[in-house]
Design a binder for this molecule. Sequence first.
Ligand code: NAD
Length: 306
Amino acid sequence: MGAGDVGSTHGFALAQSGLCEEIVFIDKNEDLANGQVLDLVHGQSFFPTVSIRTGNGKDYTDAQVIIITAGASQAKGETRLDLLKRNVGIMKSITRDIVHSGSEGVVIVVSNPVDVLTYVFLEESGWDRGRVIGSGTVLDSARFRYLLSKQCGVNVHNVHAYILGEHGDSEFAAWSMTHMGGIPWVEYCQICRKCDHCSDVRADIEQQVKDSAYHIIGYKGSTYFAVAMALIEIVEAVLRGQNSVLTVSVLLKGEFGLENVCLSVPCIVSDEGVKEIIVGHLNESEQQHLVHSSDIINRAIKEIKK
Ligand code: NAD
């Protein structure tokens, strides 16, 4: 993984999780990677035994999971599109290094825009779609579950709810899949009665999820704790072959009527990455939202190919 804010915070969480034997940081900023490693190894006596070191492209070869968190930040006067093109360049160069290493691991793309960059990795590598996962809306779904649990006074572990589509402004809550304690959301509202205008509360919660990153970035510059934990969930699913249902970004090939675009939909994630895409029923509005997300990502892909 990379050694920036997201990579290092994930490394910190991973070191404590006991999930792996070795953590290797690879970053263009070698001083930063060295510093993160030193800081982490000094905590060795407080967490399960794990080797932590810096590395290079050769370390991709036998890695079970490769987490791409490399990203450039916006330079003065640079447009979003220029930044996107620069990040596409970074992704292509990392992809070539990973392919060159002969890696058979699973790649998790985290760098934004994650859906576009997952697509770029797939196109550049030619790998099977299951092995290339975007962290997608795993984080957004966790934010959604948290907000629902607060609103309804139900433990977050008893809330099943998903944010689908683009990891970005066009993402949407799949209300038709939302369950509280095993009961569909609509029925649960009749029992819960904690709010007077459920539809307003629903819209507000959905908006809060979309605005989360903007708020956190406004307060402290970047987001890294929750995404680091969302990555633990994905890594654990792969390393333990857990068949976890996660809304990772995956290349669609006809599922939900969409072709050749990476989007977050419920997937079964296991030791070989995405094992299956769960093509459940979306209501008409949710399907329209998914198509809208797909249009946005396709437009971005066209832009970078110009
Ligand atoms: P950061 O600036 O702290 O870290 C980025 C790192 O990438 C830096 O350490 C930099 O040296 C490294 N880097 C740049 N070019 C490189 C290259 N060519 N090869 C190797 N390393 C290179 O940023 P961050 O806060 O850690 O965020 C990283 C990425 O994750 C961003 O794109 C951010 O938008 C994204 N992100 C995604 C989610 C999500 O849910 N998908 C959440 C938070 C952040």
